[in-house]
Design a binder for this molecule. Structure first.
Ligand SMILES: Cc1ncc(COP(=O)(O)O)c(C=O)c1O
Length: 382
């Protein structure tokens, strides 16, 4: 298959692209045809007398594990990124005075739950100060001391698009007996992840951005040591060895990550998510990452050509699919809210973030023409 062919095939799976220019994979994913078919398939299955949803979930778990190069036994489906992070927080054996390090530019999903530990458990939550939504690993290291138990970080920062050097951080965490919790939502599906090589302990991400799934179904992957340390906050009927042995109240927890399950799984969402994962895996994450990086480079070049302030790092190793810039060359020119309105009026979907920054997030199914059309409207609006 030629390179040209694969991403055009990918594009053809998004029939909504006939109606708009979609440059917002860092927002909420556009629904693809495989996802639409999976939703219909779920409805058809629901009209049968019975169906084997355990097999459906087991198959989906294989794909969810594959997208992060993990093992299915060490993962479970969550309700969203926040839920995955909360499962860690509620299950960790906190002692008063334990330390957590986060940054001030984390999305609330990876910030609010940690901050709440200050009041609830007396945990010392130290906050790294970012510069224009970017952080350095040294700032994290400086905040750590012998009480630090956890570092929680986004793989890719939601506004600047800065991609953290997780492998380096993972090494530091192992050496210092710290658990590394990663919010992966802005990276997984856009870039190839290897949870084991990166030494991540707890990875949480909803499926509704770069993974092209629906909102409300995510994945969590846990390292061996995290599985030992983090206990389920409460026994759920799906979190035991045999959920269908209804009268057995002395059951042990399910082995591995299934112990964190609560009640009935969201089969509809899992089927839709699985269809999206299948689609991504059929093209391969390496090829997708290469293409995504090429498109974010192209966007950055276009913004730089116009003299715009670009927030996203130019080094491809420090970014994935997000490209964010201030759409003005002079402090007085360009009202970002008006530019955003003009883009939407022209059926071009991207995001305004931080009140002044345009975030263009092109997936591998996008092309240069999509980005050119956005810049055409931006140019006309300044
Ligand atoms: C970095 C990051 N984390 C998490 C989320 C979403 O969290 P949740 O899946 O809990 O809704 C977003 C965006 O919505 C995000 O950009």
């Amino acid at each position: 298959m030629s390179e040209q062919a694969w991403y055009e095939q990918f594009r053809a799976m998004f029939t909504g692209l006939n109606r708009c220019v979609f440059l917002n994979s860092a927002g909420v994913a556009m629904v693809s045809e495989p996802v639409r078919e999976a939703v219909t398939q779920w409805a058809d299955l629901g009209q049968c007398v019975t169906y084997d949803y355990n097999a459906i979930i087991a198959g989906a778990k294989k794909n969810a594990a594959a997208i992060v190069s993990g093992t299915p036994e060490q993962m479970f489906f969550s309700r969203n990124t926040t839920h995955g992070i909360q499962t860690f927080i509620l299950g960790y054996p906190w002692q008063k005075g334990d330390g957590v390090v986060i940054a001030d530019c984390e999305f609330p999903a990876n910030r609010l739950p940690w901050l709440s530990l200050r009041d609830k458990k007396g945990v010392d939550v130290k906050v790294v100060k970012s510069q224009k939504y970017k952080v350095t690993l040294d700032d994290y290291y400086d905040k750590c001391d012998k009480h630090t138990k956890v570092i929680a970080i986004s793989w890719v920062q939601y506004l600047s698009g800065q991609k953290a050097a997780i492998s380096e951080l993972g090494k530091f965490c192992r050496e210092n007996n710290i658990l590394l919790v990663v919010d992966g939502i802005q990276g997984i599906g856009a870039a190839a992840m290897d949870v084991k090589a990166m030494q991540i302990d707890w990875l949480s991400a909803d499926g509704h951005k770069w993974m092209c799934g629906p909102e409300g179904v995510g994945l969590v992957w846990a390292s061996e040591r995290a599985l030992q340390i983090v206990q389920p906050a409460c026994k759920g009927w799906f979190g035991v060895k045999n959920p269908f042995d209804f009268e057995n109240f002395d059951q042990d927890y399910a082995p591995n990550a299934d112990k964190y399950l609560d009640g009935s799984p969201m089969v509809l969402g899992i089927m839709a998510f699985n269809a999206a994962l299948n689609m991504l895996l059929s093209f391969g994450m390496e090829a997708i990452e290469k293409r995504v990086l090429e498109l974010s480079s192209y966007t950055i070049n276009e913004a730089e050509k116009r003299g715009f302030e670009v927030l996203t790092p130019s080094n491809p190793q420090q970014r994935a699919g997000i490209a964010t810039f201030k759409p003005s060359s002079k402090p007085s020119s360009g009202d970002p809210a008006l530019i955003m309105k003009n883009l939407l009026d022209n059926n071009i979907v991207c995001s305004l973030r931080g009140g002044q920054y345009l975030r263009i997030s092109a997936h591998a199914f996008n092309n240069h023409e999509d980005i050119d059309r956005a810049f055409y409207v931006i140019d006309k609006s300044i």
